[in-house]
Design a protein around this ligand. Structure first.
Ligand code: DQA
Length: 147
């Protein structure tokens, strides 16, 4: 199963960005964690990050066309981008929304996600473990051969 792990703006700054909120794991560590988890689970994991909204939307279109699964941390776009939400709505595979921090325990403007209503499930506040849990969930969804 092909899985796109897509990260929105500022997530390339993990490790140095507000470590009290996002932890000390760097973006490179996060990529390594997702790739090693993918190998362990037999998933074809492709981890990407962008600060350009149109690039994320293009990747979501590719995932939709391929029927691929998506793990998405839309970062700030989560809270207001109807364009990202509309791209998510086109996905035919499962979509797991992940946030490193607990967006419900922070500023009021972070509480609402425009993505959650079109996601298969949402993982918030568990740090980068959320990505691993999302991949574990997706691996469990793979069709198993009948015996
Ligand atoms: C985030 C939470 C968002 O509110 C914020 O804009 C981010 C990261 C998280 O992973 O906790 O950039 O998505």
């Amino acid at each position: 199963m092909r899985v796109y792990v897509l990260n929105g703006p500022n997530l390339n700054r993990l490790g140095t960005r507000e470590p009290l909120i996002y932890g000390s794991t760097t973006y490179a560590d996060l990529v390594a964690l997702c790739e090693s988890t993918g190998r362990e689970l037999g998933l074809d994991v492709d981890v990407r990050q962008t600060n350009a909204e149109h690039e994320l939307i293009g990747w979501l279109h590719d995932a939709a066309d391929e029927g691929a699964a998506v793990v998405l941390n839309g970062a700030a776009w989560t809270h207001y981008s109807i364009a990202v939400r509309d791209a998510c709505s086109q996905l035919t595979g499962p979509l797991v929304e992940v946030h490193i921090s607990n967006i419900h325990a922070r500023e009021a403007f972070r509480e609402h996600s425009v993505i959650s209503a079109v996601a298969t499930g949402v993982i918030v506040g568990l740090g980068v473990d959320g990505y691993r849990l999302a991949l574990l969930h997706l691996a469990g969804r793979q069709p198993k051969p009948l015996s």
